[in-house]
Design a protein around this ligand. Structure first.
Ligand code: SAM
Length: 320
């Protein structure tokens, strides 16, 4: 089950890092270099919005200074105050000591340039579907001409299954401005975070959150588009999760023995919840071989992103 965030009073103690004398580190860049050295030294894992120690360090330094990530370059050689230096060193130490994803330490993650609130009640958002909504659902405007739909303005209804923090539902609401979005999760904790994000974006009138098991809460309703980033980690993957991921709710990862427990149910039921021209976009991580073996008859279209290869499939309603 998903865990509740720890109250501030129980915040884990920071790691003992090498002592930094006053004036040794001056600029944002100095702190990013220092953090990078500590992160590499501690063999941290990077899989929650950043994929390397330098980007992770820059993210934490910027967040602590209330700067957007893209402002780093402008201020890289600017000095920080003594109080700011203390706050930065504290968050670096907590990242090393707790191994928690950086996003949990600052309660924020950016997806497609948009900020989302996040805490330990839900997985840190990092789905490839965010990028695919931009690259493959723009209609005739898509630069590469690879759109899977004719017109994003014609999409009137979207179902986001396994919504977690609500990030994909919110990104979908921006991609499809005329759509109403139902977002489902079985975790009450995750939905509390999603509700906060939906409210932060003022989308309460367009995004409806439902608690329940996959399609159950939406009855017989049909959608122009179903998107889902369900739990899909197989038993072997669950046994080898990095410490950072063990801070996240197990329910968000666990896909059963071959990773496909939830994916099978989505595939089996999606056809009954799609409009005739609709389609299903679903992320499954490394489960492609197992899925293709289980459904050899399905013409699954595999979509790549900047950092993934064959981890998300699309299937039209007519093929289900
Ligand atoms: C991999 S996370 C994805 C969260 C979010 N969509 C994202 O991309 O960040 C999977 C989510 O599925 C939810 N979940 C697990 N089993 C479910 C079920 N049977 N029905 C609905 N949601 C479920 C978990 O609570 C978790 O929030």
């Amino acid at each position: 089950m998903a865990r509740r965030p720890k109250p501030a009073a129980k915040r884990p103690a920071a790691a003992k890092l090498p002592k930094v004398a006053s004036g040794e580190l001056l600029t944002l860049l100095d702190f990013v270099r220092y953090a990078t050295s500590r992160f590499v030294e501690a063999k941290l894992a990077f899989a929650h919005g950043t994929t390397d120690p330098v980007a992770e360090a820059a993210f934490l330094v910027c967040e602590t200074l209330h700067l957007y990530p893209d402002q780093f370059e402008a201020f890289a050689t600017a000095r920080v105050t003594a109080q700011e230096a203390k706050a930065i060193l504290d968050v670096i130490a907590r990242r090393v000591a707790t191994r928690k994803p950086a996003a949990y330490l600052v309660n924020k993650i950016y997806m497609r340039g948009l900020p989302f609130y996040v805490d330990e009640r839900t997985i840190v958002p990092r789905s490839f579907i965010g990028e695919l909504l931009d690259s493959h659902f723009g209609g005739e405007d898509d630069d590469a001409g690879g759109s899977l739909i004719d017109d994003p303005l014609a999409i009137e209804s979207v179902l986001d299954l396994c919504t977690g923090s609500g990030c994909l539902a919110i990104l979908a609401s921006r991609r499809f401005p005329n759509a109403r979005i139902d977002a489902v999760d079985i975790s009450r904790d995750a939905l509390a975070v999603a509700a906060r994000n939906v409210a932060d974006y003022g989308l309460q009138d367009r995004v409806t959150l439902h608690r329940g098991d996959l399609f159950k809460p939406v009855g017989g309703r049909r959608y122009d588009l179903i998107i889902s980033n369900p739990p899909y980690v197989d038993a072997e993957g669950m046994a080898g999760l990095p410490r950072e991921c063990r801070a996240e709710p197990k329910l968000a990862f666990d896909g059963g023995l071959d990773g496909l427990d939830i994916v099978r149910r989505i595939l089996d039921e999606a056809g009954r919840h799609l409009t005739p021209q609709g389609g299903l976009l679903c992320e499954i991580g490394r489960c492609r071989p197992a899925l293709e073996a289980a459904y050899p008859q399905l013409p699954l279209l595999w979509l790549d992103t900047e950092e993934s290869d064959g981890e998300v499939f699309w299937i039209a309603a007519a093929d289900l």
